[in-house]
Structures are given as C-alpha cells and as structure tokens.
Write a protein that binds this ligand. Structure first.
Ligand code: NAD
Length: 277
C-alpha cells in the first residue's frame, strides 16, 4: 500500500459520520421500512431507539446486531403505539437514554382491507390510533426538546395513499391523508426553529406488511398470489417494481442532513410515478 492509499484509508475510517451525536427514534422499526430506516441512520452514526412488536429474542438480536455493526447505542422501547401514554413514555425513555430526541421517524403502521360498509369499527379505531394519532402524540412530546436544542428532524412515513385513494382501504387512506396534513401544520409551526417535518410517501415497498396484503387480497378477489401482485398491488404503479427498504432509508437520511434544511412541509413520493397519473 502506498502512502496516499494509507492516508486515504485512515481519513475514511476517522471521518465523522453525518449523524454522529444525534439520537433517533424510529417507531415500528422491528420490521420492514422502519428497520431499514433504523439501519441507515445507525450507519450514519445516530444513536437509535428501536420500537415495535414481535418476538423479544429476535428484537434483542436485531438491537445487538445494529449496535455492533455500526458502533452506536441502540435501546429498545416496547411501547404499544395504540396507547397515547405509551407513546409519551417512549419519548421520555429516549430523553433519559440519550438526553433528547433529535430525529423522530413516525413509521409504525398497520393495514386492514374491507369495503367501507363492512369495515369493522375496531379496525378503524386501531388504524387511526397507530397510523395517525401516535404520530401526533410523539411529535407533541418530542417537539419541546427539539425547540430547546434548536435542531430537529421529523419524518412521517405516510404512503402514496396519503395523496390518492384505493378502494377497500378507508381507514388507511384516511390516516395517511391525515398524516400528510399533520406534517404540513408541524412544518409551518416549526419553520423558523431549524426543525423540519416531512412525509415520505412510498408506493409498494417489499415488507411483511405487503406480504400480508397479498394474502388478504388473494382471498378477497379469489385470485392467485401472482395475479394479486401484477393486477392488484402494482396495477397503479407504473414502474412495476417493489421499492427496497434501503431506498426509503436513504431518503430519510438525506432529510436528516443539513443540506435538507429547506425541505419542510413536503410529501415526497417514492412511488414509481404512481401519483404522477
Ligand atoms: P411492517 O408490518 O413490516 O412493519 C410495521 C412495524 O410497525 C413493525 O415493526 C410493527 O411491529 C410495528 N407496529 C405495528 N403495530 C404497532 C403498535 N401497536 N405499536 C408499536 N409498533 C407497532 O410494515 P412496513 O411495510 O414496513 O410499513 C411501515 C410503514 O410504511 C407503515 O406506516 C406503512 O403504512 C408504510 N408504508 C408501507 C408501504 C409498503 O409497501 N410496505 C407502502 C407505503 C407506506
């Protein structure tokens, strides 16, 4: 190895990561998009609060793996986001662990598919609580600390369904349109506080949530799985491919950068031109 190569390698290993010194909560990060975002923010040096449901042993393994691979602290919160008190306690846990929440990613979400006149009210309530109200409670609790420290990033993982509708998804579409609206209000209220608030609006991303929808839609339409993918799920998505969670993680990381300081109040589609139609 020549001297130039040695110097370049040393520079790369000692260069500060862009989010070093920041802490990030990613809700619903035991799986899918949230896990992808957590991995990316950890790779960029952020301390992480993981949250979500699932097998405790697997969650502990994920926590330990991210901490080891990226040399950051990772703390797990088992908050059930359908309960406002648990959301507030999750923010308090982050403040205790890391002295504050610099980055809040409201990502947790569930889905249920049924015609509106057959939609179970309990399913409606759960979707509104987890996909929309939990973001309000988390923002409400985290914002005072961000204002005090003079920096913050809030990212709400909405959906193409925050911008347009599809049949049989009344609660999900209502919640996602709601979170796009909440994003705009928070952006206006924080515009002069070095805090940004944006929605990411993915089309279809390959995750366990989508896997579950394939099975549900196959039953609802009496179609084979392959036909659900091409004729139902990706019907409206012109690029005909599922995005990877790393694509959403990369956008989240950019929104956390200082170069994204003027992007606020936006609803950013990552949908293969779905909502361009
Ligand atoms: P996923 O099912 O893989 O992950 C959902 C996460 O939310 C999991 O960690 C789960 O444990 C957590 N969660 C669910 N209920 C919870 C509760 N009560 N309390 C705490 N955590 C809870 O789903 P995903 O596809 O990764 O979806 C993540 C987000 O992205 C959701 O808001 C979803 O609406 C949105 N989204 C997904 C797609 C897609 O194609 N996958 C497209 C657009 C938007």
């Amino acid at each position: 190895m020549n001297t130039l190569e040695t110097t370049m390698r040393r520079d790369a290993s000692t260069r500060a990561k862009p989010l070093e010194g920041k802490s990030a909560i990613i809700t619903g990060s035991t799986s899918g998009i949230g896990l992808g975002i957590a991995e990316r923010l950890a790779a960029d040096g952020a301390q992480i609060i993981l949250n979500g449901l699932g097998d405790r042993r697997e969650i502990d393994q994920t926590r330990d793996r991210i901490a080891f691979e990226h040399k950051v602290s990772v703390v797990y919160s088992d908050a059930d986001l359908s309960a406002p008190k648990a959301v507030v306690e999750m923010i308090a846990l982050a403040e205790d662990a890391f002295g504050g929440v610099d980055i809040l990613v409201n990502n947790a979400g569930i889905q249920h598919v049924a015609p509106v006149d057959e939609f179970e009210p309990a399913k409606w309530d759960a979707i509104i609580a987890i996909n929309l109200s939990s973001a309000f409670h988390a923002i409400r609790a985290a914002l005072p600390g961000m204002k005090q420290r003079g920096w913050g990033r809030i990212i709400n993982v909405a959906s193409a369904h925050g911008l347009v509708a599809s049949p049989f998804k009344s609660a999900y579409v209502a919640a996602k349109h709601g979170i796009v609206g909440l994003t705009k209000v928070v952006a206006l209220e924080t515009a002069q506080a070095a805090i940004t608030c944006n929605s990411i609006c993915p089309g279809y991303v390959w995750t366990p949530l989508v896997e579950k929808q394939i099975n549900e839609q196959a039953a609802a339409h009496n179609f084979p799985r392959e036909k659900v993918v091409t004729d139902v799920l990706l019907k409206a998505q012109p690029n005909k491919r599922f995005a990877d969670v790393s694509e959403i993680g990369a956008l989240a990381a950019f929104l956390c950068s200082n170069e994204a300081a003027s992007i606020t109040g936006a609803a950013l589609p990552v949908d293969g031109a779905w909502t361009a139609q």
